[in-house]
Ligand binder design. Structure first.
Ligand SMILES: [Zn+2]
Ligand SMILES: [Zn+2]
Length: 201
């Protein structure tokens, strides 16, 4: 009878020794392959965007590459992308369409340097790359236009029928319009010295 020899036949020290030579994605993959290796090999503490760019190519995160036919656009919930700021792999719904196509996308053949600069919407807002009032399409396949509300600073869906000038979310727009109908709260008076709205012509 022939004896099967695989990695699990090796002494633990040797397995640990081998794992020293693997990069982060390979260690993660190895740990995921079986319970024994998961326990034996420690999760490496540090990883980089380059590691995430490798992992985002795995079939589990790269639906668009492996599905049959259909659009080449990512799907909001089954395609995943890495963000270099929070260093996480997140669903496509968290990224602007511009961050997921062309050189920043995952389908270009070469690993373009642009991919290293991809960031998610929350990170874009917190770092000031997406300023209040800006709007863009996001989430991949389908039409989703979102914007960073000028008033509350939150990322909200832009109403589909909103004109290009709309820079407030629905709630803030309603509040803003209510204020406009009350002269004493007209925003044109704000920003002046306290109390001066009474005398302002
Ligand atoms: Zn992020
Ligand atoms: Zn708002």
């Amino acid at each position: 009878m022939e004896t099967k020899i695989g990695i699990l036949s090796l002494p633990t020290e040797l397995i640990l020794d081998i794992s020293q030579y693997l990069n982060y994605p390979s260690i993660v993959a190895l740990r995921l392959s079986c319970r024994h290796l998961n326990i034996t090999i420690a999760q490496p503490a540090k990883y980089t965007m380059a590691d995430l760019l490798e992992i985002e190519q795995w079939p589990a995160y790269h639906h668009v590459k492996y599905r049959d036919g259909g659009t080449k656009q990512p799907y909001a919930e089954v395609d995943y992308f890495a963000c270099y700021i929070c260093l996480k792999i997140k669903q496509a719904i968290n990224f602007s369409n511009a961050m997921m196509r062309g050189k920043k996308g995952k389908l270009s053949d070469v690993l373009a340097p642009d991919r290293h600069g991809r960031f998610c919407i929350p990170c874009g807002i917190s770092t000031g790359s997406y300023i209040r009032g800006s709007s863009f399409y996001y989430g991949g396949y389908g039409v989703r236009q979102g914007m960073v509300c000028v008033d509350c600073g939150l990322f909200k869906d832009k109403p589909w029928n909103a004109n290009a000038n709309v820079r407030r979310c629905e709630e803030c727009l309603a509040r803003y319009q209510a204020r406009l109908t009350m002269p004493r709260f007209n925003p044109r008076f704000f920003g002046r010295a306290a109390g001066s709205w009474r005398t302002w012509r």
